[in-house]
Design a protein around this ligand. Structure first.
Ligand code: F6R
Length: 371
């Protein structure tokens, strides 16, 4: 059980988040080190992608499906968000044992599992093979890479030994290469990649543990979320992907509940839940993930946000962050990376090791007993 061991007093929170000893005591498995080194991971992934032969034949591809779960699936959502505006064919993310009926010989299926052992992804791999889809597998090893080798399916091996959710760079950038090689993109995304790499490095310097509470946006966000139920709203399609990532990172790293939604969809249902939720929402915090250019680029979206914020009023605490960067990819990564750090700081406030995922491990072990 996660308890709140600290008084909700701003000064104490700042002291805890700035205290190296607290971090080292709780972060026994080194999640902070991985998050801090994310820029290096992304650069390594881009370099590795250049050396891979994704093995995908050009030819008529009518759809792209990324199949995976959890930390391996989110890279698919990210790919869909940044590549769809330039992609001739639909990109669909699948998180299940099966695959949609449209998957066939003209579908490019990317089976992604960092461990290579996730049963849903292995089942979807089998279905994709039966449907004679074109395939590329991405994993750090495990059963998926063994099967790919035996079946002569193109496979991209990424460095292993870390949590899947801390390996997004390794899983995301090879997929960009695959799409480029498959010839489904109207333009190369390499300039977006270059901008993203620089921005991630810049953000790492601003958000790392050595930067004090007052200057560190991820620490102050963790303090705002601490002891509350976060509802994360992305106010653009790509920001909705970031909102989902924030939710799952808060779930897995900080071991607490979070909910995510995307504008404009939430304006057609969830907005009503704010009308009568005064008692329910007393300890909720709404985090709006907004685009830096929102007011100029999408004024109707900005108006939606303003109306929604007024409606929520004082029923829940509200805060917002703005994306940075110019390409869609850089803006997406800027929001995601802030959330990755914030979820780790929240883990410290919750008194838990961000890496440990006992619940997932236990569930997978139980399922492995069923044959
Ligand atoms: C753990 C994590 C999980 C896994 C999921 C699927 O860090 O993020 O959400 O990603 O259980 O496992 P893999 O990624 O190995 O297929």
């Amino acid at each position: 059980m996660v308890t709140n061991p600290y008084p909700s007093d701003g000064t104490d929170i700042a002291r805890i988040l700035d205290d190296e000893q607290t971090r080292l005591r709780l972060d026994r498995s080194g999640m902070f080190r991985l998050v801090e080194a994310f820029g290096a991971q992304c650069r390594e992934a881009v370099e590795l992608s250049r050396t891979y032969d994704p093995g995908v034949r050009r030819g008529e591809i009518r759809s792209v499906v990324i199949t995976g779960l959890g930390g391996s699936a989110i890279g698919g959502d990210m790919l869909r968000a940044v590549a769809s505006p330039y992609c001739d064919v639909p990109i669909v993310v699948n998180r299940d044992y099966g695959l949609p009926a449209f998957v066939g010989p003209q579908t490019l299926v990317l089976a992604v599992s960092y461990s290579g052992n996730t049963e849903e992804t292995l089942a979807a791999y089998t279905v994709a093979r039966q449907r004679r889809a074109r395939m590329v597998c991405i994993s750090s090893g495990g059963e998926l890479s063994r099967r790919a080798q035996a079946d002569h399916v193109p496979a991209i091996g990424v460095p292993g030994g870390q949590p899947p959710r801390a390996s997004t760079g390794y899983l995301f950038f090879p997929m960009i290469r695959v799409l480029e090689e498959a010839g489904v993109l109207e333009r190369s995304l390499q300039s977006d990649v270059a901008e993203t790499l620089d921005l991630v490095d810049e953000l790492s310097q601003e958000l790392k543990p050595q930067v004090g509470f007052q200057e560190n946006a991820a620490k102050t966000l963790a303090a705002e979320i601490f002891g509350r139920v976060p509802v994360i709203y992305g106010t653009a399609d790509y920001a909705g992907v970031a909102a989902l990532r924030w939710k799952t990172q808060i779930n897995e790293n900080a071991k607490c509940h979070a909910f995510a939604g995307t504008f404009p969809e939430v304006n057609h249902n969830e907005i009503l839940a704010w009308e009568e939720c005064r008692r329910q929402a007393r300890r909720w915090v709404v985090v709006f993930l907004r685009d830096a250019e929102e007011e100029q680029a999408t004024p109707r979206m900005a108006r939606r946000v303003a109306v929604t914020r007024r409606l929520i009023g004082r029923k829940a605490t509200q805060t917002e962050v703005r994306s940075r960067g110019s390409s869609l990819m850089a803006r997406l990564f800027s929001l995601i990376y802030l959330g990755d750090f914030a979820s780790c700081y929240l883990a410290l406030l919750n008194g838990v090791d961000p890496t440990v995922i006992r619940g997932i491990d236990r569930l997978k072990a139980e399922l492995a007993k069923l044959k």
